[in-house]
Design a protein around this ligand. Structure first.
Ligand code: FRU
Length: 476
């Protein structure tokens, strides 16, 4: 039907070839959303890190660009962020794009030093095409902490100053700078986890308005190498207050951006034209990322999502919703193309590149199965009495390529008890993203069916009442 390799997503970003992990340097500039990413151009597994580069006007169709940052004598180029220096505070030029990233020195690491991660900067005055590393790198030396990385820089408009959040093993450090070259540490943020979660990675911090009010809060995002709700790596968030120096939260428990296994190291865009908070995550999990069954490339990004903050009683929740304009790619599947009894049991040949949405009144339970001619199945559902939403990819096709993938076949999230759920399910070649109740809860998972899923079925005898059912093919 088309020329895509098996499992190559159609409308999720993938590198043309070879290994990719975290999104980096998410910044909007001159009508384009730039996406840099952790990239190893010589292999389909992780290696000496570069920053790959792509840009897009709509966050869906991406143009591949040459590798932006290469390793140098200070080390590999690990994750980080990018800003537009509108006032030329660094002296690299007005509107220069400046990347702030971690240097990971493999030589020092091998020698047994703890000081092998430092922070560096580079700039581009041609929209991110060519880059010059700053001559006096690193701009932040290692203070004696082994895991010291992933700087996210943003312009703090309340204080008119650059600020950086950086992770240091088991906490976040916040820094100030006037010129992006000299940085002063101003505070730390810690959270008493019992048991502790894995190494802190890829932080973000931003101000956001509570929907439907004038109240403003700050959200801190942190990824954890291990300890996510359904095993391996995952990304959580804290809603709190920030006085320009110290971040505080009343939150007692972890809330996760995504409860599925495959959304990691996500951060948000700087400098969006409309002030929206657009998030992209890496759609994989360190527990099995290097062994997924793709051949020429490895890993995709999640769909970009807009983050919104809502308040239910005293609780704040970050919602992940479809970006504006994504629905312009939808074309409604006409009834002739569907066989079976619609909507509970039907087949449709292109199900894998689709968005399915519906509202459902649930008496006790909901169970939905996506399947194919080889009887591979991807199941998801909800149990009202326990408040548990689940996915089961245990028989979804290739599952034996890694014991950890198999171990996380069954995944759950507690969403509380609801009579009605609204669901939005996005299927691409090797991913399923499920947004529950306008993205208040999300589960993103990779899946490798032997052949495309064609069939969508609401299992009986569950007593459910389905409304507003929509099946859309996504144009790519
Ligand atoms: C997160 C991460 C970052 C690091 C990068 C290295 O997935 O471990 O902390 O900068 O990947 O590729």
């Amino acid at each position: 039907m088309d020329t895509f390799e098996k499992y190559r997503p159609r409308f999720h970003f993938t590198p043309k070839a070879n290994w990719m992990n975290d999104p980096n340097g998410l910044v909007y500039h001159n009508e384009y959303y730039h996406l840099f990413y952790q990239y190893y151009p010589d292999s389909t597994v992780w290696g000496p890190m570069h920053w790959g580069h792509a840009k897009s006007k709509d966050l869906v169709q991406w143009e591949h660009l040459p590798v932006a940052l290469f390793p140098d004598s200070l080390g590999y180029i690990f994750s980080g962020s990018a800003i537009i220096d509108k006032d030329n505070t660094a002296g690299f030029g007005k509107d220069a794009m400046v990347a702030i990233y971690t240097y990971h020195d493999p030589v020092k690491e091998k020698e047994g030093s703890e000081l092998f991660q430092t922070q560096g900067i580079a700039y581009s005055t041609d929209d991110g095409e060519t880059w010059t590393k700053y001559a006096d790198n690193p701009v932040i030396e290692n203070p004696g902490i082994r895991d010291f990385r992933d700087p996210k820089v943003f312009w703090n408009e309340d204080r008119s100053i650059w600020q950086m959040v950086l992770v240091a093993k088991d906490h976040v450090q916040i820094y100030d700078s006037d010129n992006l070259k000299e940085w002063a540490k101003i505070s730390e943020f810690r959270f008493a986890d019992n048991p502790p979660l894995g190494v802190w990675e890829c932080p973000d911090l931003f101000k956001i308005k509570v929907e439907g009010s004038e109240e403003e809060k700050w959200v801190m995002i942190i990824s954890h190498g291990t300890g996510a709700p359904n095993s391996g790596s995952g990304t959580r968030y804290f809603v709190g207050d920030y006085d320009g120096t110290t971040f505080t939260t009343q939150q007692k428990e972890s809330l996760w951006i995504d409860y599925g296994t495959d959304n990691y190291a996500g951060v948000t865009y700087n400098n969006t034209p409309d002030g929206k908070r657009i998030f992209i995550g890496w759609m994989s999990n360190w527990e099995y990322a290097t062994t997924t069954p793709t051949e020429t490339w490895r890993s995709a990004m999640t769909l970009p999502r807009e983050l919104k903050l809502i308040k239910n009683g005293d609780n704040y929740l970050v919602q992940s919703i479809m970006i504006d304009g994504f629905e312009t790619r939808y074309s409604t599947v006409s009834a002739e193309k569907v066989s079976g009894s619609y909507p509970s049991n039907f087949e449709y040949a292109d199900l894998q590149y689709s968005a399915i949405s519906f509202d459902v009144m649930i008496k006790d339970e909901l169970k939905v199965v996506l399947s194919n001619s080889l009887d591979d199945k991807y199941t998801f559902g909800y149990k009202k009495d326990s408040g548990e939403f689940y996915i089961d990819r245990g028989q979804s096709g290739l599952v034996d390529f890694n014991a950890n993938y198999k171990k996380s076949s069954f995944q759950t999230m507690n969403i509380g008890s609801w009579d009605k759920l609204s669901l939005n399910i996005i299927l691409d070649a090797s991913s399923v993203e499920i947004f529950v109740n306008d993205g208040e809860y999300v589960m993103t998972t990779q899946v490798f069916p032997q052949t495309d899923f064609t069939r969508f079925r609401i299992e009986q005898p569950a007593e459910v009442d389905v409304n507003n059912f929509n099946l859309n093919k996504i144009n790519y």
